[in-house]
Design a protein around this ligand. Sequence first.
Ligand code: COA
Length: 202
Amino acid sequence: MRSLIPGLRQIVVSRCADEMPLAVNRIIDNVSEIIREATVEDAWAIATVHVCSWQAVYRGLLPDEMLDGLSVADRQRRWAEVLSQSVPRRATLVFCREERVLGFASVGPQRADGADPEAGELYAIYLDPGHWRRGLGARLYAAALERLRSDGFGHAVLWVLVGNERAIGFYRQAGWTPDGGQQTETGPDEVPLNEIRFRLTL
Ligand SMILES: CC(C)(COP(=O)(O)OP(=O)(O)OC[C@H]1O[C@@H](n2cnc3c(N)ncnc32)[C@H](O)[C@@H]1OP(=O)(O)O)[C@@H](O)C(=O)NCCC(=O)NCCS
């Protein structure tokens, strides 16, 4: 598998005890980018990316009515709640360019009854649709995977909506393979979300 960090010229990874556990900085052509741990103040920006990305990637896969009705304010409330809680080995990272949040990823222990403590999960990775397929997702993904590894997970799973070929292509290229797991989650407006599970050794 080839590198998931194309064009990397400068990278600094720092781990501090207090407010900023992970930060990845790089500067290319005077444009600054940072991947850092999200705070409650990022809830609105994350919610905006989340809604825009859902509306773009799930168009044609999920009902228009549900997608058009997604509310940034609702998602902001939920993200603010998530980000205000400190849960061991759980993290949400944001990718910022010139201080604007363009994407987020969230990781932590596998969500399953009786899950192996060695098993992590990539809960979500979403980029603003205007920035897909330019290598940003790969950089955010690399930081999320590094977070899972440094939190001691030996392997990880993720769930992807059946038919989300963009994400499936991205995950396959990164080495993830389907492990046969399937589930139907209940989405907004009670819409069923048929998902398949992928797995990766970290
Ligand atoms: C999935 C996502 C995070 C990937 O980020 P991205 O910035 O678009 O992807 P990258 O440009 O970093 O792609 C890295 C590599 O992944 C593979 N890849 C990316 N998109 C792909 C696609 N549509 N089809 C096949 N392979 C793809 C390619 O090998 C690519 O490298 P290349 O462009 O040099 O060929 C982004 O597209 C996204 O936010 N999608 C919508 C939200 C989503 O579906 N999230 C996952 C929910 S489970």
